[in-house]
Design a protein around this ligand. Structure first.
Ligand code: GAL
Length: 415
C-alpha cells in the first residue's frame, strides 16, 4: 500500500514536471569548463537530473583546464547581454560578480546548507550575507598520483619527503619511464609550485600565499622552494609544453609516466578508464604535505535573466539539486572529489576519497585546510595572475632561484 502510494506520488511529480516542461519551463543555459572524460561524465549527472525535472539544458562547455578560457567567454556573454542562467565560478570571483549587481539570491534553495557544510566553504558561497553560489564538491590539490605497476617494477614506495621523491624519480628514469608526467600550462606549473610551497608547512603556506607576507616570500626557505621546483622540472619529458592535464594523467594511466602532481579530478580520469586505487594506481599526499590540504571548490553562480532581480524557478531548482545529497554523492564518485555535504555517506567511495574526507576534517581542526592559490581560491585575478606569470616564467626559463624569488615578491604587490 505504502509502496503504491509512493509510486502514485512519484508519477504525479513526474506528471507535474512533465507538464511544466510541456508548458515551457525555462531552458537553462549553463557555462562550465568540464570537458575531459571524467569531468563530462560528472556534469552529465546534473544535466540528466535537470532534464528529469522538466528543464532543457543548453550546454556552453568551454574547454581548457582550470577555466581561464571559460572565464573570458563568461565576461563576453555578460557584457553582450546574454548572461547564462548559471556559470562555473569560484573563489573571490563569486563576490566580484555579485558586486557587479548581476547575480540572483538563491537563499530559498539553501535552507539546510549551513548545517551540513564546512563553515570555511559555506561562507564563500555568499555575498552580503545571502547565498549567490551553489557548491559542487571539495577537490584536494596536494596529491601525487603514481602508476602502481611502474612503482612495483622499480621496487619503490610512495615518497613522503623530497629526497625520497627524487630517489624514486631516478629509478623511474633508469627504467625508461617519464618520471613526472606534466602539462606545461601556467596553471599546471602553479600546481607543482604551490604544492612545493605547502611542503614547507601549513604556516609557511599561509604566511606566503594567504597573507602575502614579504618577509616569508623572500626567505631562504622560498629560495629552496624554487630550487626544488627547478629540480622537479628535469624529470619532465620533452613533449610537456602546452600538454593538457588529462593527457598527462593518461600517461600515468598507461604507465608511460610514473607520477603526476594534480588535483583529484585526475581520479575522475582513472575511474573513467576503469582503473582502481591501490590496484592500478596509488594516491599519496605530495611529499611533505600529509598534514595539510589545499582545496578548491567548484560552484555555480546564477545570473539575472530578462532584467528580473529574482532567481527563476529553474535556477532555484538547479541550486537545490547541486546540493542535494544524492547528486553530491554521484557527482563526486565520477569527479574524483568529495561531497561538500558532510552528511553524505562515504561507503561507496574509494580509499583516496575516504582519506581525503579524513584529512579534510583533521586539517579543518589543525588549521592545515588551505585555499589553493593556483585554483582561484585566493586574491584578486590581478594578484594571482601576476604570481602565476612569475612562477611560469621561472619554470620555462633558466632564471636562477634568487631571481625567481625577487619576481615573486614583486608580483605579490600587484593589486
Ligand atoms: C579546476 C576545477 C576542477 C577541474 C580542473 C581541471 O579549476 O576546480 O573541477 O575541472 O579545473 O579542469
Amino acid at each position: 500500500m505504502k509502496r503504491s502510494l509512493t509510486s502514485v506520488a512519484t508519477a504525479m511529480t513526474l506528471l507535474v514536471a512533465g507538464t511544466h516542461s510541456v508548458l515551457g519551463a525555462e531552458p537553462l543555459s549553463v557555462l562550465h569548463w568540464w570537458t575531459s572524460g571524467g569531468e563530462s561524465k560528472a556534469i552529465r549527472v546534473l544535466k540528466d537530473d535537470m532534464n528529469k525535472q522538466g528543464y532543457q539544458w543548453k550546454d556552453f562547455a568551454v574547454a581548457g583546464g582550470a577555466g581561464a578560457a571559460a572565464m573570458t567567454a563568461l565576461k563576453t556573454q555578460v557584457i553582450s547581454g546574454n548572461a547564462p542562467s548559471a556559470a562555473q565560478v569560484k573563489g573571490p570571483l563569486i563576490q566580484d560578480w555579485a558586486s557587479q549587481g548581476v547575480l540572483v539570491n538563491i537563499d530559498q534553495s539553501a535552507t539546510d546548507w549551513k548545517a551540513h557544510s564546512p563553515a570555511q566553504i559555506d561562507n564563500t558561497m555568499k555575498a552580503n550575507g545571502h547565498y549567490v553560489a551553489a557548491p559542487f564538491s571539495v577537490h584536494r590539490i596536494n596529491w601525487l598520483w603514481i602508476n602502481k605497476a611502474d612503482l612495483d617494477k622499480v621496487g619503490g614506495t610512495p615518497p613522503t619527503t623530497w629526497p625520497e621523491f627524487f630517489a624514486l624519480a631516478d629509478k623511474f628514469r633508469a627504467a625508461g619511464i617519464t618520471a613526472v608526467a606534466h602539462g606545461g600550462q601556467p596553471w599546471q606549473d602553479m600546481t607543482i609550485w604551490e604544492t612545493v610551497v605547502l611542503s614547507q608547512g601549513p604556516d609557511f603556506y599561509r604566511k606566503a600565499l594567504v597573507d602575502l607576507d614579504q618577509k616569508t616570500l623572500t626567505s631562504p626557505q622560498m629560495v629552496q622552494v624554487f630550487e626544488t621546483v627547478q629540480k622537479i622540472r628535469t624529470y619532465f619529458d620533452k613533449g610537456y609544453h602546452g600538454r593538457d592535464w588529462n593527457l598527462a594523467t593518461a600517461m600515468v594511466i598507461s604507465g608511460s609516466g610514473g607520477m603526476q602532481f594534480m588535483g583529484d579530478w585526475a581520479k575522475g580520469e582513472f575511474a573513467n578508464a576503469n582503473r582502481k586505487s591501490d590496484v592500478d594506481y596509488v594516491c599519496a599526499a605530495a611529499p611533505g604535505t600529509s598534514n595539510a590540504f589545499t582545496y578548491t571548490v567548484d560552484a555555480f553562480v546564477f545570473f539575472q535573466q530578462n532584467g528580473k532581480k529574482e532567481a527563476t524557478p529553474g535556477q532555484l531548482a538547479l541550486a537545490r539539486t547541486i546540493m542535494s545529497p544524492d547528486f553530491q554523492q554521484q557527482f563526486s564518485l565520477y569527479k574524483g572529489s568529495i561531497p561538500i555535504r558532510l552528511d553524505v555517506p562515504m561507503d561507496k567511495f574509494d580509499d583516496c576519497a575516504k582519506k581525503s574526507r579524513t584529512d579534510e576534517l583533521a586539517t579543518i581542526k589543525s588549521g592545515g585546510f588551505l585555499p589553493s592559490l593556483a585554483f582561484g581560491e585566493l586574491h584578486s585575478s590581478a594578484t594571482a595572475g601576476a604570481i602565476t606569470d612569475a612562477v611560469t616564467n621561472f619554470m620555462n626559463s633558466n632564471e636562477d632561484p634568487e631571481e625567481g624569488v625577487r619576481k615573486l615578491a614583486a608580483a605579490a604587490k600587484v593589486k
